[in-house]
Write a protein that binds this ligand. Structure first.
Ligand SMILES: O=C([O-])CC(=O)C(=O)O
Ligand SMILES: [Mg+2]
Length: 387
C-alpha cells in the first residue's frame, strides 16, 4: 500500500462580505487530494481536504515542501503497525521533518489541509465514517447527533437592518437555534442597533453570538463588553488580538457571560498558552481551534490532551470553519458543536446533501471517510482534481 500522488489546486472562495478585520473579495482555499494505490469496492481510494476560510490557499508550501516529503518517504514508514492502513501520525512526522518549533502560523494551514485528506483516505480504507473510526480509536461512544450553529451576519455593501434580519430569519427557517453575527466593523452604536434588530427578529426562537474578529484594543473590548452584557448573548467572540492573552484575561472581569476564541491559534502550544494565561473559564467559555488551520487532527488530538490537563471538557470546543472534518471530530470525540456557514464558502462548507438541521442539530450519515461523497457539488470538484 502506498501514496501515489499528492495534488493541490488553489480555488477562489471569494464573496463581497467583510468582518471587522478583512474582506473576502480575494479569499482562496487549497483543495488537495492524496491518491493511494488502494481500491475499495472497485474504486481507487483518494482522500480529499481543503483549508478553512480566513487563511488563503497554501499551494506554494504544499508543492514546495510537504508534497515531496510525503512522496519521498519510504512507503512502509507511513503505515500503521499492521501495515493495512495509513498512519496519519507517521505522515504528520514526515511532513514536519526538518521544521523548527514555533512560528505556528507559517505552515500549520498547509499541514492541516493535507492532514484532512490523509484522514479521509484512512477512514475510507478502513471502510468507516471518520467519526466512527475516531470513537473506536479513543474507546468512546460516537454520537452522530451534532449541535451546529449558523454563522453569518457579515457586513456587506448596502446591507441594512432589514436584510440582516431576513438573513437571520432564513437560518431559523432552516432549523438553527443559535446564529452568529459580526461586530466591530461599525461604530459601537450602530453595532448595538444591529444586535437589537437581530434579537428582535429571533426572539425566544434562538440565541445570538457576536464575533469581533480580533479587532479591539483593550479599551474598546471593554466598552463593547459593557454594551454587550446588557443582552442575553450566546457568546462574545475574539474581542482582541488572538495572541493577546492578557487582554482576554482582563476582559473576563468585565464580561460575565460566555466568551469564545481560538480560531487563530494554530498549535497545541498556542492553545496551552491561552488556557494558561487567557483567563478563559471552563464552566462557560468556548474554544474554537480549527484543525484545518492548525496542523490537522493529529495536532488537534494533542490540543485535546492539553485541554484535559487544564481541566477542560472537549464539550467546550466548538471549532471554527464550518467543514465536515470538524463535524466528524465532534461526533466521534464529543466536541460541543460545530460552526456552519449556511450561505457562504460553497461548495466546501456545509453538510452532505441528505442532511438537514433540525432543532439546531444534524445527524451524521454513515458515509466512509469524512463524508464528502455525500455532497454532490463538492465531490464533483474533488474528483475533477484526481479521479
Ligand atoms: O469571518 C471570519 O473570518 C470567520 C470567523 O471569524 C468565524 O467564522 O468565526
Ligand atoms: Mg470568528
Amino acid at each position: 500500500m502506498r501514496i501515489l500522488d499528492v495534488v493541490e489546486v488553489t480555488r477562489p472562495i471569494a464573496s463581497p462580505i467583510r468582518n471587522a478585520y478583512i474582506d473576502f473579495s480575494k479569499m482562496t482555499t487549497s483543495l488537495v487530494a492524496v491518491v493511494t494505490d488502494v481500491e475499495v469496492d472497485g474504486r481507487r481510494v483518494v482522500g480529499y481536504g481543503f483549508n478553512s476560510n480566513g487563511r488563503y490557499g497554501q499551494g506554494g508550501l504544499i508543492r514546495e515542501r510537504f508534497r515531496d516529503r510525503i512522496l519521498n518517504a519510504a512507503p512502509d514508514s507511513l503505515l500503521n503497525d499492521k501495515g493495512d492502513n495509513l498512519d496519519p501520525h507517521c505522515l504528520w512526522d514526515v511532513m514536519m521533518s526538518n521544521e523548527k518549533p514555533g512560528g505556528y502560523g507559517e505552515r500549520s494551514v498547509a499541514v492541516g489541509t493535507l492532514d484532512m485528506a490523509i484522514w479521509d483516505a484512512t477512514a475510507k480504507i478502513a471502510g468507516k465514517p471518520l467519526f466512527r473510526l475516531l470513537a473506536e480509536m479513543k474507546g468512546v461512544e460516537a454520537n452522530p447527533r451534532v449541535f451546529v450553529y449558523a454563522a453569518g451576519g457579515y457586513y456587506y455593501p448596502g446591507k441594512d437592518l432589514i436584510a440582516l434580519r431576513q438573513e437571520m430569519r432564513g437560518y431559523l427557517n432552516r432549523g438553527y437555534t443559535v446564529v452568529k453575527m459580526k461586530i466591530g466593523g461599525a461604530a459601537i452604536e450602530e453595532d448595538r442597533r444591529r444586535i437589537e434588530a437581530v434579537l428582535q427578529e429571533i426572539g425566544s426562537e434562538a440565541r445570538l453570538a457576536v464575533d469581533a474578529n480580533g479587532r479591539f484594543d483593550l479599551e474598546t473590548a471593554i466598552a463593547y463588553a459593557k454594551m454587550l452584557r446588557e443582552y442575553p448573548l450566546f457568546w462574545y467572540e475574539e474581542a482582541g488580538d488572538p495572541l493577546d492573552y492578557s487582554l482576554q484575561a482582563t476582559l473576563s472581569e468585565f464580561y460575565p457571560g460566555s466568551m469564545a476564541t481560538g480560531e487563530n491559534l494554530f498549535s497545541h502550544q498556542d492553545a496551552r498558552n491561552l488556557l494558561r494565561y487567557g483567563g478563559m473559564r471552563p464552566d462557560r467559555d468556548y474554544l474554537q481551534f480549527d484543525c484545518a488551520l492548525s496542523y490537522g487532527l493529529v495536532e488537534y488530538l494533542r490540543t485535546l490532551d492539553v485541554l484535559k490537563q487544564y481541566g477542560w471538557s472537549p464539550s467546550r470546543c466548538i471549532p471554527h470553519g464550518g467543514h465536515q472534518m470538524s463535524l466528524n471530530i465532534a461526533a466521534g470525540l464529543g466536541l460541543g458543536s460545530n460552526e456552519s456557514y449556511p450561505d457562504l464558502f460553497q461548495p466546501y462548507g456545509g453538510f452532505p446533501d441528505s442532511v438537514n438541521v433540525e432543532d439546531g442539530h444534524i445527524i451524521m450519515p454513515e458515509l466512509p471517510g469524512i463524508g464528502f461523497e455525500g455532497k454532490f457539488d463538492l465531490i464533483k470538484e474533488m474528483r475533477a482534481l484526481a479521479e
